[in-house]
Structures are given as C-alpha cells and as structure tokens.
Design a protein around this ligand. Structure first.
Ligand code: ADP
Ligand code: MG
Length: 378
C-alpha cells in the first residue's frame, strides 16, 4: 500500500489553474435613487453589481429602502434617478411586463377566486402564451415548487407555505431573467421558514436564476445568499459575502445589525491598541491610532476561565478580570453579564460545553482574540 507521502511524491506537477474570472455583472444598479413625492429620499444613489445566477440578499432594518429598491427594479415604482441594467439593457424606464422579472411578495398576493393553475397562468395570458403551452408550463412550475397536481385547488385550500410556493411558481413560470423576493418568508412560522429557506435556495441554484432577496432577518441573509448588501437609510452600508459581512463589518452599524455585539466606549491609544477603563487591549483599529472610539466584541467570541486558572491564559489573547453580575439561561446557551474594569460584557457560552458552571459573583477571566475586537472611530 502506498503511504501518503509517496503518493504525494508521485503526483504530477500541477499546472496552475487560471483563477476563475468573476462573472460579469448581470444586474447592475447605477446611482439608483428614489425621492417620493413628499420629498423623502428612500433610496439614495445605490450602486450595486450582481453576477448572473447569484443570490443577493438586501438586508436592513424596516424603512431602510429595501422594498422601494425592489419595486424600482420590478418597475412598480418610478425611478427618480439612475440606471437599472439587466444583461446590459437599461430597463429603468421600461414597462414592468417588458422587464422579464418574476416577483414574490411577503403577502402571497394570490387571487382568491382563481384556482392555483389560473393564478400561475395569469402572467402567461398577459404575455400572449398559447393555452396549450401555458398548461404545460404551469404543470412544470408546480413540479418545480413540489406541488404537482395541485392546479385545481383554490388558494384558501392550501397552507401558508404552499401558498407561498404557488406565488413562487407564478413568478418562475414566465422564465424571468431576474427573480425578486420581498420578505417571502416572514408570514410563515419558524419551522416552515427554515424549510422554505432551503427550498428557495435549492430552486434558485437549480435554475441558476439571478435573484434579489429582501429581508430584515440576518439569519436568512447569511444562510441563503451568495452576497449580502446591508442597507441603512437608503444607502448601501456594506456589500460582501456573508462571512465578510459578519467577520469584517465595515461599520458599527453593520456589526450591531448583523449578529450581536457588545459595544463598548474605548479610546484608541495607538495602532491596534484600545483602552477600556485602565487596561489596554490589542484590537483591530483599522488603521486609526488615536481618538475616542467604540469597540465591538461578539458575546460568543469571549471565553471564560476561572480566576484560579489565571496562569493558563494565553498571552496571545486579551484578558480582563471580571465578576459575574447576572446569569441568564437561554436553553442552548447561557448568557453571563460580566463586569470588567470600565465595562459590562455579555458573554455567551453553549450549555453543551463545560464552561457554563459559574455562579453569580464568581471572579473569572474573560478572554478574546485581538481580531475579535473591532474598533470603530467615532
Ligand atoms: N409611497 C410612499 N411615499 C412616501 N414615502 C414612502 C412611500 N413608500 C415608502 N416610503 C418611505 O420610504 C422609506 C423606505 O420604505 P421601504 O422601501 O418600504 O422600506 P423597507 O422595505 O426597507 O422596510 C420608509 O421610510 C417609508 O416610510
Ligand atoms: Mg419592505
């Protein structure tokens, strides 16, 4: 039998593969702006590129302009300024039905008096597809969303999850170039939402359809999407992969909105050096070397060590001595609030790990890595 080493030796010299080229953007927003008649600017000069076949999540708090952006792409809201390019064509001033866009709303918006098949075929009638072809395409769309044979039902005879799948079939039946989903899961209960997340993602991948998915739910954005655009006040706060958004938030807003974080007043006292109370910690100050700032540390990136084991704490990490002020049991995790010099830290420990056996007023050490302490100048 070959050993690993000899197999390694026998391997032919690898020819370096060309780096895969990032696909050219298929959906392009350029300076997209919406000013409502009230004068309110809901979307403010948005620039964004989405490669073909990718799923973009637009994530942000209520009122930040997500739906307005989607409605402008779909043609349901007029564009005040800017361009919407799909495969190179500017569709910003084109009628909605000439944009080849499939749209799914939060409320399924099915016609209650029509059967499921009639609901799905509605867009095809409008596009002049023959009866016979429409029948075949409706059945194909129902199979895509795993509802074969349901065509003769009325929407009210179906569950919420099934109705949302019908809405998805109705959007897909026109074979759109772009699929837009506006909080499609928020009317479903938690368990169904988990299943639908996976199902939507699978359909999107299978069809390789370029998709924009609007949500205020960070879990949906992080778990489903290839790229996440975090929006705040009509602007793009950050665009990146889920891990970039979570691990390298561009601002305190993103750090707090995506995932949880302790936000602590601190002072930058040198490059990558931040002081809380009277102690200086190694951190990521993003090039700043002075000034008042805020540090963000995620609660589960802090570990706890009993005070008596202080000698075991590594020099490579930050450590702060503290006292447990409060303990909250949340089932899969225990949350400790630990008072350190100059701040109160929330620390989350999985109940499955050994470290959850502390009691109120226990003294201990909080430890975290420098790269897990993100410092934002203020
Ligand atoms: N027709 C309208 N006229 C004036 N303001 C509007 C209109 N529609 C939405 N807005 C405002 O624009 C902002 C963005 O709304 P919207 O795009 O629906 O946000 P989101 O989908 O992110 O919750 C909100 O402040 C909202 O009140
Ligand atoms: Mg909305």
């Amino acid at each position: 039998m070959q050993t690993l080493a000899s197999r390694e030796d026998a391997r032919p010299i690898a020819i370096p593969q060309a780096e895969p080229q990032p696909d050219a953007a298929f959906l392009r927003l350029r300076g997209l702006t919406k000013r409502y008649e009230s004068g309110f600017i809901a979307v403010d000069n948005l620039d964004l590129d989405l490669p073909k076949g990718k799923l973009l999540g637009l994530l942000g708090p209520s009122g930040c302009g997500k739906t307005t952006t989607l409605r402008m792409i779909a043609g349901l809201a007029s564009v005040t300024d800017g361009e919407i390019l799909i495969g190179g064509d500017d569709v910003a001033r084109r009628a909605p039905h000439k944009r080849d866009i499939g749209l799914v709303f939060q409320s399924y918006a099915l016609f209650p008096h029509m059967t499921v098949a009639e609901n799905i075929a509605f867009g095809l009638d409008m596009r002049g597809v023959s009866r016979q072809e429409a029948r075949a395409r409706v059945e194909e769309a129902l199979e895509m969303v795993r509802l074969p044979g349901y065509g003769s039902r009325k929407p009210k005879e179906m569950s919420g999850g099934q109705q949302q799948r019908v809405a998805l079939a109705r959007a897909l039946v026109i074979r759109p170039r772009i699929l837009l989903l506006d909080e499609p899961l928020s009317n479903l209960d938690a368990k169904l939402r988990d299943d639908m997340r996976i199902e939507i993602r699978e359909i999107q991948k299978r069809l390789s359809i370029t998709t924009v998915f609007v949500t205020h739910d960070q879990v949906e954005a992080l778990t489903m999407c290839d790229v996440v655009g975090v929006m705040a006040g009509g602007r793009l706060a950050q665009l990146g992969t889920p891990s970039e958004i979570y691990e390298k938030p561009a601002s305190l807003f993103v750090a707090e909105f995506v995932g949880r974080a302790n936000v602590i007043d601190c002072e930058i006292v040198g490059r990558d050096q931040a002081r809380i109370g009277d102690q200086v910690y190694r951190s990521d100050t993003k090039g700043l070397s002075g000034g008042k700032a805020k540090a963000a540390i995620r609660p589960h990136r802090i570990s706890l060590t009993p005070d008596r084991d202080r000698a075991l704490v590594s020099n490579a990490t930050n450590s702060a001595r503290g006292r447990i002020a409060r303990i909250t049991y949340i089932g899969d995790i225990v949350q400790y609030e630990v008072e350190i010099n100059g701040a109160m830290l929330k620390v989350e420990v999985p109940t499955a790990s050994a470290g959850h056996g502390f009691g109120a007023d226990d003294m201990l050490l909080c430890e975290w890595k420098p790269q897990d302490m993100l410092v934002f100048g203020s």
